[in-house]
Each structure stands twice: as C-alpha cells, then as structure tokens.
Design a protein around this ligand. Sequence first.
Ligand code: NAD
Ligand code: DAU
Length: 366
Amino acid sequence: MKKLLVTGGAGFIGANFVHYWLNKYQEDKVIVLDALTYAGNMENLHLVQGNDNFTFIKGDICDQALVESLMLEHSIDTIVHFAAESHVDRSITGPDAFIETNILGTYSLLKAAKKCWLDVESGSVEHRFHHVSTDEVYGTLSADDPAFSEETAYAPNSPYSASKAASDHLVRAYHHTYGLNVTTSNCSNNYGPYHFPEKLIPLVITNILHNKELPIYGDGMQIRDWLYVEDHAYGIDLVLNKGRVGENYNIGGNNEWANINIVKEVCKLVESEFAKAPELAARFPEAVAAINANTESLITYVKDRPGHDRRYAIDATKTRDELGYEPQESFETGIAKTVTWYLNNESWWKAVMDGSYQDWVEKQYK
Ligand code: NAD
Ligand code: DAU
C-alpha cells in the first residue's frame, strides 16, 4: 500500500491522476497539497471528496516546513509532483510566479524529501520522488527532425519551459548527489476533462459556445503531440511501478496535429453534437448563429506568441520498451469524450472562467 503526496492535485492533470489512482489502487492513501491558484479547483476533485483514503491540504509547495510535517504525519513514501505554473502565455507576461513555483517550489520539495527520507530516516527502496515534466524542455523541432528522445539535449525557449528545465536538473542533481530516489517523466500536450479554458482545446470549445473568435497564433501550422490525460496518468503509474530510479521517461500520444487542423476538428465535432442533440441549441443559444453559418467562420488569425515553438513530437520508445507503455485512448474517442464533457459541464467551465470558484475557495479556506 502506497502513501502518496500529490502536489498540484487540484489542477487539470493532477486531478485526473488522483481519480485514476484512487480508482485503481483502492487501498492507497492520497494526500493532495495544492495552493489553489487560479488553475486549481476543489471542484476538480469532487468525485473523490468523501473517500476515506483522500485528504486535501491547501498549501504552497514552497513551504518546506509544511511539506515536512505532512510527510511525517502521513508517512509519505511517494511524492508525485505536478504543482506548477503551466501556461506558456502567462510565463511570457509574468515569469516571476514560474520561477517561484516551478524552480524554488521544486527545490523546497526536494529539500523536504531529502530531510524526511534520507536524514531523519536512512532511505528505503519504497521511497520515490516522481517529477512531472514536459516535452517543452527539449525546445523546438523543424518538420523533418526526429522526435524528442530522452537523449535530446535540453533547449528550453520560454520562461515556462526554462523553469521546468531548471526543476528537472535539480531533481536529477538530488539523485546523483544525495541518492534521492527520483524519476522524471516528460510528457506532450494533454487534453481532456478539467482542462482550464485558457489552453487551446478547451478555449476553442468554450469560445464556440459563446460565439467568440477562435484565436490562431501566427500561421496556425505549429505542431503539438496530443495525449488524452488519463493516458498520462497511466504512464506515470508505469514509471512509479516499473521505472528505474534516476531515469527520465518520455510519454507521448504518437498524435501530431497542426493547431489549425485541431481547431477545425473541434469545430466539426461541436457541430455534429448540435446536429445530434437539438436541445443544445436551446442551452447554448449564442453558439447557434456561428454553427448555422459554419463554425469555422469564428477562426481568427492573431499575432503570434513570442518565441513560439514550431513543433513538438515525442519518441516514447524507451517508455514502451522498458515499461510496456502505449496510449490506451485513440484521438478520435478522446477528443469526442472531451467535447461531450465540456457540453455536459457548463457550470464547471463558467465558474472557473468567471472566478466564482476562487471566491468560494477564499471563503472556505481563509
Ligand atoms: P495546471 O495549471 O492545470 O495545475 C497546476 C496545479 O498546481 C493547480 O492546481 C495549482 O493550484 C497548483 N499550484 C500552482 N502553484 C502551486 C504552489 N506554489 N504550491 C502548490 N500548488 C500549486 O497544470 P497542469 O496542466 O495540470 O500541469 C501539471 C503538471 O504537468 C505541470 O508540472 C506541468 O508542467 C506538467 N505538464 C503539463 C502538460 C499539459 O499539457 N498540461 C504536459 C506535460 C507536462
Ligand atoms: O507540450 C506540453 C505543454 O503543453 C505543457 O508543458 C504546458 O503546460 C501546456 O500548457 C501545453 O503548452 P502549449 O503552449 O503547447 O499549450 P497551449 O494550449 O497554450 O497551446 C497549444 C498550441 O496552440 C500552441 O502552439 C499555441 C497555440 N494557441 C494557443 C492558444 C491558447 C493558439 O494558436 N491560440 C490560442 O488561443
């Protein structure tokens, strides 16, 4: 039985991971530590509220004393570290929070883990610090370049990816220098339920429903490798259970799409949902005009993101060969589920977008 400390477990991927884990490993204990920034939301965890094996703590990963006390109180043997500032556009306009949380926060967690596991205790093979990282640390590819492997040199281009790269290096150093049991996974773009609507796919779905423009940065030909979020949780599960300590594992979807094509695909899917379910027109009256006139008419080319990476692609051969990893969800089924989830969960995305969950959180936790 594992006792996991999951940082950032109220965010998009963290919450999906907590659902996955408590569903699969029903004896394990999961303690979520999350600062509930604009991106973190208790509503993301409503499915596990009331589960005796789930505990939520509102707090900052930079608070080393808090992390140490949680580790000791709950006899934590596994840390799965998702907490981060995650949006590239925000890192361009305001990098400070990225340096604080992604670099200093990871450093604080590493210090706490070292103290509790190696200084107070004398180390155990049961201990694991798993660091959740991104393919963005490898930089950008041109159309003909081979995909990123674990051997690709780091070349981060945005303040976000530079902060993630710095945190990856600290995790590596804590293994090499102090012998902390670490693993790192570098994953491609995730999509699925509870994805904050500032990111491309949920932004496009919710903008269609509000009859708002669908902003395409630059020429829209940038390429991303999309993975259904539950397959990321599955990959981390395999790394935790079968991965070698001190190693990095790439996780990807074998699913490269140019941004403009993925936006058009989402437009088609929303249109087909409206055609199948006439009640949607009554629920989303603003969307009807665009849908009747061809949803793609909302597509609007806008100024490019500064330093925009052209292409990401993951070579997950090592993760497949060593751990048996293959994505379980096809893109066709994953994106259809995602569109349906947003159509069925209007109250969630409206509240996260207008900030009313934040007001609620302030009242609950002040
Ligand atoms: P997210 O922005 O949706 O969630 C981040 C969570 O971390 C939020 O719940 C937030 O409240 C919490 N948090 C932020 N600062 C904190 C702090 N100082 N202390 C405690 N909690 C804090 O992010 P996400 O998209 O779920 O990404 C999770 C992790 O996965 C990140 O490390 C990210 O770099 C990585 N990643 C994301 C993707 C992707 O496509 N979204 C792909 C690969 C890797
Ligand atoms: O590759 C993994 C990364 O994927 C994660 O590490 C990040 O945390 C995650 O946010 C994501 O980063 P991206 O920058 O790729 O995701 P985003 O959804 O912001 O953008 C996807 C692509 O779409 C990117 O090329 C920028 C473009 N885009 C984005 C937005 C929000 C647009 O053209 N228009 C938009 O409005």
